[in-house]
Design a protein around this ligand. Structure first.
Ligand SMILES: Nc1ncnc2c1ncn2[C@@H]1O[C@H](COP(=O)(O)OP(=O)(O)OP(=O)(O)O)[C@@H](O)[C@H]1O
Ligand SMILES: [Mg+2]
Length: 263
């Protein structure tokens, strides 16, 4: 089957200016996401992971190479069918949870009852039914991230791109949020690309884990996890789980040291 979304020979160079040299942030990189797979990306800080996601989402141009989603070129805008959850908490502080989640559907041409049905269903799915009228400041960090995921869910994306969505959460909450994302992946049938700095998270959630080099980020290893589709955070108890995390770390360690400038 052909790729659901793909990068072919993609690089991204941030232009210089004001005395700054141009910065080669990413690539050249190839990536072919299989329809319905869960792909995780790990890599040292600053290696170009967010840049990769922005290019794949059509939010930033590739300097070289081609980006495709469902066979069509991606450029200049997020294609219909692609949903993005950003690295920082991107909830709107001035809107309540309901309006935050409904935001992307305003002006979509859907009628009010369809918008309401989608918002209610996304809130229920993310465990936020009782918080529809709360404001982000009244929620925990994990709940705010769930609002951001719900906001993407209402768009019924076929490809979901998540950039370190749980980075700011404690380890236990992160594990449970990971289970939520697995459930979302299973029940929507969407293709998921998750960026994370947590190797255990990548190892637990993904069908394949791509390990990136220090900047400019390229894939230095792509590991098939071989997990069943029905899975959750209890995978961490399996004896082969530790070996998988160790494999990821052995690929990543040298690159992380390079990224810190210690070589
Ligand atoms: N808008 C920008 N203009 C110029 N340089 C940028 C811009 N955005 C990112 N960069 C540079 O590109 C490189 C890659 O950044 P990116 O945000 O993609 O890294 P990352 O892997 O997501 O890092 P982290 O794990 O810390 O989130 C960094 O060196 C960063 O300084
Ligand atoms: Mg980033």
């Amino acid at each position: 089957m052909s790729a659901h979304a793909a990068l072919a020979g993609v690089s991204r160079v941030y232009p210089g200016g004001d005395g700054r040299a141009p910065l080669h942030a990413l690539g050249p990189i190839d990536l072919a996401l299989r329809p319905g797979e869960f792909f995780a990306v790990v890599g040292p800080s600053g290696c170009g992971k967010s840049t990769l996601l922005e290019v794949l989402a059509g939010l930033a141009p590739a300097s070289e190479g081609t980006v495709t989603f469902e066979g069509s070129p991606v450029a200049g805008a997020v294609p219909e069918g692609v949903g993005v959850v950003f690295q920082e908490d991107a909830s709107f502080p001035w809107a309540n949870v309901y309006d935050n989640v409904a935001f992307g559907l305003q002006g979509s041409g859907l009628d009010r009852s369809e918008i309401d049905a989608r918002v209610r269903s996304a809130l229920a799915f993310m465990g936020l039914r009782d918080f529809a009228s709360a404001y982000p400041a009244q929620l925990s960090g994990g709940m705010r991230q769930r609002v951001c995921i719900a906001r993407t869910l209402v768009l019924k994306p076929r490809l979901i791109l998540l950039d370190e969505p749980f980075g700011a959460l404690d380890a236990q909450t992160r594990l449970l949020m990971g289970d939520e994302v697995l459930r979302l992946w299973r029940e929507t049938g969407a293709t998921v690309l998750l960026i994370t700095h947590a190797l255990d998270e990548a190892a637990m959630l993904a069908d394949r884990v791509g390990v990136m080099s220090a900047r400019p980020g390229r894939f230095i290893d792509v590991v098939e996890t071989g997990w069943p589709r029905e899975r959750d955070s209890r995978l961490a108890e399996r004896p082969d789980f530790g070996a998988l995390v160790a494999r990821l770390w052995s690929s990543l360690r040298v690159e992380s040291i390079k990224a810190l400038g210690h070589t």
